[in-house]
Design a protein. Sequence first.
Length: 287
Amino acid sequence: MTKHQVKGLPEYGRCAVFGILNITPDSFSDGGINLDAETAVAHGIAAMRAGVDVLDVGGESTRPGAARVSAEEELRRVLPVVEGLVAAGATVSVDTMRAAVARRCVASGAQIVNDVSGGLADPEMFVAVADLDVPYILMHWRGHSVDMGSRAKYADVVREVGEELAERLAAAVDAGIDPERIVLDPGLGFAKNAEHDWALLRGQQRLQAELGRPLLIGQSRKRFLGALLTDEQGLPRPAAERDAATHAVTAVAAARGAWAVRVHAAQDAADVVRAVAAMSPSEGGGR
């Protein structure tokens, strides 16, 4: 098991759970559910009370084919939710590719920046995170959602994702980000097909060992699970019906030392990681 510790965050004593709060009309699974800030905050507070560790608030869909929104629209969506959750005592992560959004949200109390572009979408992101001195989730990324499928080409996906993450990690540290604050994310579904996603999950422990940083796994309801769970006509299982498979991956990822998982059905995932921890003497059943 890898040590679950990131500077600036608690020692959870188990795999942490990030609950997804997408404040968007077009996210692949939960688009439109949390468009009203009051509803989003209420959902987040309920998840926090059920044992979720971090609420990950995003205002821009990154589903395959999604177009970008303006920074102004992204801020309009997320700031009231961040402020409401912080006021309720939640630990908040802002899911953004923009340095300006990261700065505004951290100024409003967000404690973590979750950047699915790994600093590639905005050249100011690394500088901003270094200035803010907050935990930073750096994901493997090859391009924006509108055409990322064309970039899903690998000879050895575990090796190549590991190498590309290592390059971005080095660049982040060179820019002044404290390496002890960095979490890496292999980016399941981002410029990857189902075969790539399964290979990365099987290679989780290799990535942890070679990269030397905690990993966040973001598998929740993604296409590779739908492709696994096809019906008699070969059609993928709808996104909202993939939670059982999501939780199976959560359990295995947690047992293999994942620092965190990022999930939609976060309250159930909170139960899963606690059960996994209780079965592991080295973890001690962290609350």
